[in-house]
Design a binder for this molecule. Structure first.
Ligand code: ADE
Length: 230
């Protein structure tokens, strides 16, 4: 069972992506527990303040340390955490090996930034890992967190109906997946490759392998060189 606590000022952004499909199934089967925490519930004073102007006079608001510190302290008093992750474009790029490693963890906290950023002391003293989903800037860490959680959950054994299907994903062996087709075999003259209709498992496997390699060479050659190309 992997427990994931996500801290955000707009947890609503995470609700839908984490309530359907494979993630929902994994939760229903008890393979994972995902708990959303609204940072605002821990805000200071009557106004539940969670952000403030930055020292040094830059534009934009900064998420304050106290509310985030208080949630993390409460969670840590209840159980041990393996990682406290902050989603940021400054972080290490998410790739399949990282998702594989995280899917073996027990308890994880994910902090989503918003506004200009979060008080840097959270990153210095509490965060154990910073993750980026790509070299572009989004409005907050919620969509990156949803992508990260999805990439982790689908790897938990039992989350996907067909146990082998996560293992045959693109990237799992540094190769892209071969193309897939379904009925009709002939759609207005656009035909499915005949080998897939041959019923010969050996030739089908050979064709899939060749397609994987060819597509990787053509579309993502850096994967073959083992480079992180993000
Ligand atoms: N927050 C904003 N942009 C992000 C990105 N690309 N990856 C992770 N967190 C982010």
């Amino acid at each position: 069972m992997i427990r994931i606590d996500i801290l955000s000022v707009v947890p609503e952004l995470l609700e839908s992506p984490l309530s359907h499909s494979i993630v929902k199934r994994a939760k229903d089967k008890g393979l994972t527990q995902i708990v959303l925490h609204n940072i605002r519930d821990y805000g200071k004073g009557n106004y539940k303040q969670v952000d403030d102007y930055p020292f040094g006079g830059e534009a934009g608001m900064v998420l304050m340390i106290e509310p985030i510190f208080n949630i993390i302290s409460k969670l840590k008093s209840e159980r041990e955490y393996d990682e406290i992750i902050f989603m940021t474009p400054d972080g290490e790029l998410l790739d399949q090996p990282m998702a594989n490693r995280l899917s073996c963890k027990g308890n994880i906290i994910i902090i989503c930034g918003h506004y200009k950023g979060i008080d840097h002391r959270i990153r210095e003293h509490l965060v154990t890992m910073e993750i980026s989903i790509g070299n572009y800037v989004l409005s907050g860490g919620e969509i990156p967190a949803a992508a990260l959680v999805d990439s982790i959950i689908r790897l938990i054994p039992g989350a996907i109906g067909d146990e082998t299907s996560a293992l045959s994903d693109s990237f799992q062996d540094e190769l892209l997946s071969p193309p897939v087709y379904t009925r009709p075999a002939d759609f207005n003259g656009w035909k499915v490759p005949s080998v897939l209709l041959s019923g010969n498992p050996k030739s089908i496997d050979a064709w899939k392998e060749e397609q994987s390699l060819e597509r990787t060479k053509k579309l993502r050659p850096s994967l073959l060189k083992g480079e992180n190309e993000n």
